[in-house]
Write a protein that binds this ligand. Structure first.
Ligand code: ATP
Length: 504
């Protein structure tokens, strides 16, 4: 197989139900270059990369490798041509080891002693790129960053000269992002080419040589990163200026909405994931939980919203004991939940958009009567969410699986926050959202706070935490390291506390 020195996509177009997902797109990338692909949710980034990876066929246009036309009919042909893709959601078998997963996709898996030979290869690659990965660990034992490294090794072992990374940092911790950036720099130095899709403009500016901006399926701008800045990129993307630092109004807190009293909560493996956690949350307040993922955040959100049993302690909402009550009961008592893995657990992909707009709310009187659903109401409700949250779709009669990843996020968020809940439990609400939608969502959370909701916000994005929260708890290994007011000078120590090295 010839090494790829230059890859070009020429005049690529793709239509879905009469909508141009890609229109006349030209993109090129050369050996040793990192190109950023930017654009609002639904702009057509994933579609373009799926065409390059052979998952879709373009309606028109050509792909050229080293000047020669190629036809990529499926991912196997794409891998054979030297293209590798690391998807947003990893494609790994959780119960298999690293080696077994690599063997599954490796194009040259030997018949005799496959494990020994693949182990050797993995060790060689780990050494060459500083990967630090234990080949015998099962996938479920690995952090998101480690799983991503397995995906990268899989692609490199199959001879990828071009690596496509679709929002690679959205599931990573700040330290893992640093590690990934250093791996990408090494790949670049060794002559690989990378296409990097991200909504995080700081990362694009740090890692990419060039950036291409898509809007509604068309290229609306491109630039060398050294000749542009974050503000101009955002303007190119959404066609207006973005306010990166949301200003929160000073409000005095209202009456107590949530009280969590000494709760202990078991994790998936039977050990305690939360140890003796206590805090209170008031009306007109946003309370942040900062921490590296996997330190008990998911368990805390699930325990409060009735998805995970609490072994001891109490949770009260507006003075009413809701400990170990059902999720429906807790929802009916004013608690709304935007879950962490919302694309997996938050929608039914085969249902229409209007069905998903009332998922978990269908029993409410306004949406049903006896066994019958009130479809006109439901459809109007779906239209309101779509307009308010700018979900880009041609119709509410669209199957939800046809929406772009970011637009599914917007739909689920819209459903969770549009009802003015008394308590909103929001896990990583801006994950997967473009800069415009992030700005909107942050303002919306502040608006809910102003109107009297209490918000429990889980985020690894310290910038987001600093901007939005009135108080912040830092969680480490299932315990609170501290609870701080937003004007507390020790805010600068949060990073250290997240690593468990400081307790106040
Ligand atoms: P995001 O940042 O939200 O991931 P994106 O830029 O990757 O967005 P795409 O997923 O490429 O956007 O979607 C572009 C457009 O094509 C959207 O309007 C989407 O609804 C539509 N689309 C994508 N895949 C399909 C499909 N299989 N069937 C119908 N429409 C589709």
């Amino acid at each position: 197989m010839e090494k790829i020195d230059r890859l070009e996509m020429k005049a690529i177009s793709k239509l879905f139900h009469g909508i141009h997902a890609n229109q006349n797109i030209n993109l090129s990338v050369e050996s040793g270059e990192i190109v950023g692909l930017l654009g609002e949710n639904g702009a057509g980034k994933t579609t373009l990369m799926n065409i390059l990876y052979g998952l879709y066929q373009p309606d028109s246009g050509q792909i050229k490798i080293n000047g020669k036309n190629v036809r990529i009919n499926n991912p196997v042909e794409s891998i054979r041509s030297g293209i590798g893709m690391v998807h947003q959601h990893f494609m790994l078998v959780q119960n298999h080891s690293v080696i077994e997963n690599i063997a599954l996709s490796y194009k040259n898996t030997p018949f005799f002693f496959p494990k020994i030979k693949i182990r050797k290869k993995v060790e060689q690659f780990s050494k060459k790129f500083d990967f630090h990965i234990d080949p015998d660990k099962k996938i479920w034992q690995l952090s998101a960053g480690e799983q991503q490294r397995v995906e990268i090794i899989k692609a490199l072992l199959n001879g990828a000269d071009l690596l496509i990374l679709d929002e690679p940092t959205s599931v990573l911790t700040p330290q893992e992002i640093k590690d990934l950036i250093s791996i990408l720099r090494q790949l670049k130095a060794k002559g690989h080419m990378i296409i990097f899709i991200s909504h995080k403009l700081d990362e694009i500016m740090e890692i990419c040589d060039r950036v291409i901006v898509l809007q509604k399926g068309k290229i609306v701008g491109s630039s060398n990163t050294k000749d542009t800045d974050k503000k101009s990129l955002a303007r190119m993307m959404v066609g207006r200026d973005i306010v990166f630092n949301t200003l929160k109004e000073k409000l005095s807190k209202g009456k107590k909405t949530l009280s969590v009293e000494n709760i202990n909560v078991p994790g998936d493996k039977g050990l305690l994931a939360l140890k003796n956690i206590s805090f209170e949350l008031f009306k007109n307040e946003i309370f942040g939980i900062a921490g590296v993922s996997g330190n008990g955040q998911r368990e805390l959100a699930e325990a409060i919203t009735g998805i995970r049993p609490i072994s001891s302690g109490k949770v009260k909402v507006n003075g009413k004991d809701i400990t170990n009550k059902s999720a429906r009961h807790i929802y009916d008592n004013g608690v709304s939940h935007v879950p962490e893995e919302r694309i997996r657990f938050g929608i039914a992909p085969g249902l229409f958009l209007y069905d998903n707009a009332i998922l978990k709310q269908h029993h409410l009187k306004k949406f049903s009567k006896g066994y019958f659903l009130k479809y006109r109401r439901i459809k109007n409700h779906a239209k309101t969410i779509i307009n308010k949250f700018k979900v880009s779709t041609h119709s509410i009669n669209n199957q939800t699986r046809n929406l772009s990843g970011g637009n599914i996020q917007k739909l689920i968020l819209g459903r969770g926050v549009s009802e003015q809940p008394q308590l909103l439990v929001a896990s990583h609400p801006t994950y997967g959202l473009d800069v415009g939608a992030t700005e909107f969502l942050r303002n919306h959370l502040l608006e809910l706070r102003k109107q009297g909701s209490a918000v429990l916000l889980f985020s690894e994005d310290l910038e987001e935490i600093f901007e939005l929260c009135d108080r912040v708890a830092v969680i480490f290994e299932g315990e609170f390291m501290a609870i701080l007011d937003s004007d507390d000078k020790r805010f600068s120590d949060i990073g250290l506390m997240m690593a468990g090295s400081k307790r106040i």
